[in-house]
Structure formats: C-alpha cells, structure tokens
Ligand binder design. Sequence first.
Ligand SMILES: [Zn+2]
Length: 93
Amino acid sequence: MTDDRNTMSCAEFQAQLPELIGSGADASTHPHLQSCELCRALLADLETIAEAARQLFPVVEPPDALWKHIEPAIKDESTDVEPDAEKKKDKKK
Ligand SMILES: [Zn+2]
C-alpha cells in the first residue's frame, strides 16, 4: 500500500527537525509527532538541549537593535563631556 505517502518516516522527519526548530516553528505540532512517540521523545530531548544552550550562550541581539540602545547613550555622554573637555583645552592654550 502507498499509505505511507502521508506518514513521513522517522528519518525524513528528523532530517527536517533542525530546520523546523531553526525556523522558529512549533515543531511539536508536526503531524509526524501525533503518531510517533519516538520522535516526540527526540524533540523533547532536543528542546532540553536547546534550552540549556540558550542559557550557556545567550542569544546575541542583532547589532542593529543593540546599537539603537547604545547610540543615544553615547551621544548623551559625549554632549555632556565634550563641552567641558573643550573648555579645559582652551584654558591651557
Ligand atoms: Zn518518528
């Protein structure tokens, strides 16, 4: 029978798993998991590992987003400090 056209094999599912997880999709809703306890367990393991990895290596914010926070702070400081520094230089001259 060709029933297994609808039921993905474990190998096929596991080959897609990194992409599924990487894409941010909820891999736990995948149809294959509804019928496969083995892969459900595998996914649970992977999520445990991924969670541990997140704690070890916190997700780095995209530089652009980070810069939006940093840039104003730098500008604030430099406008505070610069006039003072300029005056000191002027006095010396
Ligand atoms: Zn499976």
